[in-house]
Write a protein that binds this ligand. Structure first.
Ligand code: 6LW
Length: 527
């Protein structure tokens, strides 16, 4: 009898564990992860975000609950799929869409610097993905919509509004006339279209207002795919560009995609950015991925989180939560391949990197290219995902020439980066803090160091980056300098990306045999 009671209690406890829970934190995918697009297969959710000039391209994330996400791969992992030669900062891959149809996953995207619109397919969203099927339509933000009658439509952004074109899904060939179907509610840059069919209507979801502070999501519906589309009376259904959103630390919300969960509930993923503090008009983390519940009654309009605004702490019921194990703070560089969080700038010169030459170290051969150029500089970096963080590395730089340098960088673009580097001056090793802010470039601080291996550290807070150096692996840190975060913000630097924390090695235009050995790298955030 006792055993039976215990069993029943256990069963109740387990079922409570699997029930919907209350509350989650936004953003659900922090750091530079804009233009999210989502699809569901059974109880699994998959999401893709934009990656611009970084390689590999288009990170793919997986979740069981829409709140906890883990990266499982990239869509574009081969040079043949993703040419990024000479691609400027914030060029390359713009807003992708992720869809599942008839047993196949589709990523639909634009390489704005080479090739235009394309789609790739895979049976496993972790990859491998097919070579791109190119679609000869000149626009951005593409999506594919499969109608019930078997027709397939390519839906894209055009300056005047959203365009819909029938295509042959086997070949990517355009088989119909391109038609302008809806321009939204008059905001600038109607873009990011997604079509959903529900209750006999085609719903067309848009981003409007531009991707800055006036960003929003709007929706229209029609009985016919080519329109006319009737605007939702609640439009914009998502924006912080109003009184309800004016004091929110999250700004620029828009560019959304909807998904219906297995339990029938609807959800929106969308981009937004966190300003460095309330009332500030600077953001450095790029545009991040947010989540909100959507109330979408049969035959009615979708309402995003009540009034179309969201918060950092979301006090709403969620699906049963399935958190993933926390990623380790330290990268030991003792694996065969770099983890999925590491990114190159453009197609990497692969010989410049080795994880086997010195076991447990990342060896980086100095490249003649500098961080100022739009070239495949020797660089690996990962996203700054929170304002408060610590990044630290141990480095041995085998170099003899004054034009050779290696170290850590906080990089937003080739024209905006802060570098903490080591190099030789008059035969002595020094560590410098050098900044590049547009046309201004200067050395903020310099310190002579001895010892073969040194440690570099950067600490971030919302308003400030602090740079440290230690002479030896066990040495004490001294502060080299501090810099405002705002000069790496999107408001100052422009572009679509966020700050990346990188390791690099450059010989400043000259041939070189210099090699940097990075022993480990720590990345720790305070949330
Ligand atoms: C993307 C557009 C946008 O193509 O920004 O916020 C552009 N929306 O939809 C680049 O991410």
């Amino acid at each position: 009898m006792k055993l039976k009671c215990l069993l029943i209690i256990c069963l109740i406890a387990c079922s409570i564990g699997l029930e919907a829970q209350n509350g989650y934190k936004n953003p659900v995918i922090p750091g530079f992860n804009p233009d999210p697009s989502i699809c569901r297969v059974g109880d699994d959710y998959y999401l893709v975000t934009s990656s611009f000039e970084y390689f590999p391209g288009l990170p793919i994330y997986h979740s069981k609950d829409l709140v906890n996400w883990r990266q499982i791969g990239h869509c574009l992992t081969r040079d043949s799929q993703l040419p990024l030669q000479d691609v400027p900062s914030s060029g390359g891959l713009f807003a992708p869409s992720l869809r599942y149809h008839d047993g196949l996953f589709y990523v639909i995207c634009t390489n704005v610097s080479a090739g235009g619109n394309f789609y790739c397919t895979a049976t496993d969203p972790a990859g491998p993905w097919s070579e791109p099927v190119w679609v000869d339509i000149d626009s951005i933000d593409p999506d594919i919509f499969w109608d019930e009658d078997g027709k397939t439509y390519f839906v894209t952004q055009g300056n005047e509004g959203i365009r819909v074109t029938e295509i042959d899904i086997e070949t990517g060939k355009v088989i119909g006339v391109e038609r302008l179907v809806w321009g939204g509610i008059g905001g600038r840059f109607p873009e990011a279209p997604h079509i959903y069919k529900k209750d006999g209507y085609y719903y067309l979801l848009l981003g409007e207002g531009g991707t800055e502070y006036a960003h929003s999501a709007t929706i229209g519906r029609s009985k016919h795919i080519y329109g006319p589309y009737e605007s939702c009376p609640l439009n914009p259904i998502l924006t912080h560009c109003n009184r309800a959103g004016q004091s929110n630390q999250i700004q620029g919300v828009g560019h959304a995609d909807f998904v219906q969960a297995a339990d029938g509930s609807w959800w929106a993923v969308f981009l937004g950015f966190r300003v460095t503090h309330q009332w500030s008009y600077y953001h450095v983390l790029g545009r991040e991925t947010f989540l909100a519940p959507v109330d979408w009654p049969a035959g009615g309009w979708p309402q995003v989180n009540g009034n179309g605004t969201v918060s950092l702490e979301m006090n709403v019921p969620t699906l049963p939560l399935h958190p993933f194990e926390k990623e380790p703070v330290r990268t030991e560089f003792d694996t065969e391949k770099l983890g999925l969080e590491w990114q190159y700038l453009r197609n990497p010169a692969r010989d410049n990197y080795s994880l086997t030459e010195r076991k447990g170290s990342l060896r980086m051969q100095a490249s003649p290219y500098t961080l100022d150029e739009t070239k495949p500089v020797s660089f690996v970096g990962r996203r700054q995902t929170q304002h408060d963080f610590r990044a630290e590395t141990q480095l041995a730089f085998e170099s003899s020439k004054e034009h050779e340098e290696a170290g850590m960088t906080l990089i937003q673009s080739n024209t905006h980066h802060y570098d903490l580097l080591t190099k030789k001056i008059n035969g002595k090793s020094v560590v410098q803090l050098r900044v590049r802010i547009g046309s201004i470039s200067y050395i903020v601080a310099e310190k002579t160091v001895d010892g073969k291996a040194l440690k570099l550290k950067i600490e971030g807070t919302p308003m400030q980056y602090k740079f440290y150096v230690a002479d030896s692996p066990n040495g004490k840190y001294t502060v080299l300098g501090e810099m405002d975060t705002r000069y790496l913000s999107t408001e100052v630097a422009g572009g679509f990306t966020g700050v990346m924390i990188g390791l690099y090695a450059s010989s400043n235009g000259k041939p070189s045999k210099a090699k940097a050995y990075y022993d480990w790298f720590d990345y720790e955030t305070k949330e």
